[in-house]
Design a protein around this ligand. Structure first.
Ligand code: ADP
Ligand code: GLC
Length: 494
């Protein structure tokens, strides 16, 4: 790259990004990846909806965007993220001024296909009007799955976007964006897309499949998950499709935002600490116990505090916890949980907390500040996920000296080292079988180990010293972008 040339640029499309809108880890990733790419000399623009309540951004322009017969003015707001990185928020009240991002309760909005097709069209139209178009389009999850499809159809001979290669990242294969095939015309797509090599999935259409089949490279968020999703056990019916793309499928572990998640400088903590000064962590623990109305006597302060911050969905292993409802309170530990999601799991935690008010505290809701407080104050962090593409909380936990207890899947397996004799770099407790007994065994091992303060401190410090920053991952994305760009059909654009 010579000094005179403009930065290479990437257009990132996704449905949530920090600090604008968040339901899960995708938002953390899309908030942190653009600045990380910018540090490596790229210009990164992430496009997402301007949902209800978002006030950030300055208006850039407004123009009509059409999907099928649906035309609305889209207003584009720009919010800087860092030097070289920005968010573009797409305002279209009919589609995005709603109570929540994807649906209410367990029910998705009926027009989600249109809502996210519109986002994708808006992002591509916006990019197509710039003087410096993106070298690569990077689409995330099913919501942006039509980006590669539109690039090779509607934009195949576009003066600016023709030939632009795309990279598609799977954050979670469980969400597949499956809709009735009859929607194709209203998405500006031809019936030729209803084939098994394109969008067709058991007679319906899948945006996720469109993203996988239409992009130059497919990435997912850990190496282990990249392997797992090619097997029937973790493939959610997509393992064959992913095996077919196996040569172009890459696992890139997420980083974490080490400034946002820093125990030495966290605005949400009543006391700050680091690997050399762990004592203030006890003050944070006390604050958590108080916040949850749990006992704060000497015994409560001495016994380990287990934290959970999670979407309450099947993925996260709550069925194992339900099976252990009578065993958990017998452990010499306290539990605090923060989460929202499936009403059945919310109720389960409410009932557990009501039954054991001296040991279990539950907060149903989404609360960024409390999430930080739990990461800071808990001694252990529980993530018994059935599957976990990457998982961020176990990495936040390690950074906060909060020792993770995890199931050996996906990113959890790739990031947490089990406490074994003579393993000096161990950072947590890992169980292999997805059974209540195996989880209980890991938790019991952790609680027992907690009593050995020297060994416990070693586990904490090993975790705190791990480097999960974004730079390594961003470099891997840059390599993929460069390969995608280099692999473009010749003669499409200089
Ligand atoms: P997933 O994306 O599958 O939900 P991750 O571990 O990748 O799992 O990311 C979850 C992110 O969402 C973390 O930043 C976590 O702190 C946050 N989070 C989840 N539930 C809540 C909640 N109820 N309140 C605050 N933050 C939450
Ligand atoms: C998904 C996955 C989670 C991952 C996150 C960000 O929500 O469930 O494991 O960390 O995306 O990639």
């Amino acid at each position: 790259m010579t000094a005179k040339r403009a930065r290479p640029s990437v257009l990132i499309i996704g449905s949530e990004a920090q600090p604008f809108a968040k339901t899960g880890g995708l938002a953390d990733v899309l908030g942190a990846l653009p600045p990380a790419l910018a540090r490596f000399g790229w210009a990164a623009t992430v496009v997402l909806p301007r949902y209800r309540g978002v006030t950030a951004g300055a208006p850039v322009e407004t123009f009509p965007v059409t999907v099928g017969g649906f035309t609305r003015d889209a207003a584009f707001f720009e919010a800087p993220l860092a030097d070289g990185a920005r968010a573009i928020l797409v305002d279209c009240p009919d589609l995005y001024d709603r109570e929540s991002l994807y649906g209410v309760g367990n029910v998705d909005y009926a027009d989600n296909a249109l809502r996210f097709a519109f986002l994708t069209r808006a992002a591509l139209e916006f990019a197509g009007r710039r003087s410096a178009p993106p070298l690569v389009v990077h689409a995330h999850d099913w919501q942006a799955g039509l980006a590669p499809v539109y690039l090779s159809t509607l934009y195949a001979s576009h003066p600016v976007l023709a030939g632009t290669p795309s990279v598609f990242t799977i954050h979670n294969l469980a969400y597949q964006g499956i809709f009735d095939a009859s929607l194709l015309p209203s998405l500006d797509l031809g019936w030729d897309q209803l084939t098994v090599g394109r969008l067709e999935y058991w007679g319906r259409i899948s945006f996720l499949k469109g993203g996988i089949n239409g992009s130059r490279f497919v990435t997912t968020v850990s190496r282990r998950y990249a392997e797992e999703i090619q097997t029937p056990e973790f493939g959610f019916g997509f393992d064959g499709i992913l095996r077919a793309r196996g040569a172009d499928l890459v696992g890139i572990l997420n980083g974490i935002d080490t400034r946002e998640w820093d125990p030495a400088d966290d605005r949400f903590l009543p006391a700050r600490f680091d690997a050399d000064h762990l004592e203030p962590k006890a003050t944070v623990k006390l604050a958590v116990l108080r916040r949850y109305g749990l006992p704060v006597d000497e015994g409560a302060q001495q016994r380990p505090l287990v934290g959970i911050v999670s979407r309450m969905v099947d993925q996260k292993g709550f069925d194992l916890i339900a099976a252990l409802a009578d065993d958990l309170p017998r452990l010499d530990a306290s539990f605090v949980v923060l989460g929202t999601g499936d009403p059945a799991y919310q109720d389960m935690w409410r009932v557990l907390a009501a039954r054991h008010p001296d040991r279990i505290g539950a907060q149903i809701g989404f609360d960024e500040a409390l999430a930080h407080l739990i990461e800071g104050g808990a001694d252990m962090f529980l993530m018994p996920s059935r599957f976990e593409p990457c998982g961020l909380n176990q990495m936040y936990s390690m950074r906060y000296g909060t020792v993770p207890v995890v199931h050996a899947v996906g990113g959890l397996a790739d990031t947490v080292e089990d406490d074994q004799p003579r393993r000096r770099k161990a950072t947590g407790f890992v169980f292999r079988e997805y059974t209540p007994a195996a989880l209980l065994d890991a938790l019991t091992r952790a609680v027992t180990r907690f009593a050995d303060r020297t060994r416990w401190r070693a586990l904490q410090v090993a975790g705190m010293q791990r480097d999960f920053s974004w730079d390594r991952s961003a470099q891997e994305y840059v390599k993929i972008y460069e390969r995608a760009f280099g692999a473009r059909p010749r003669g499409t654009r200089a």
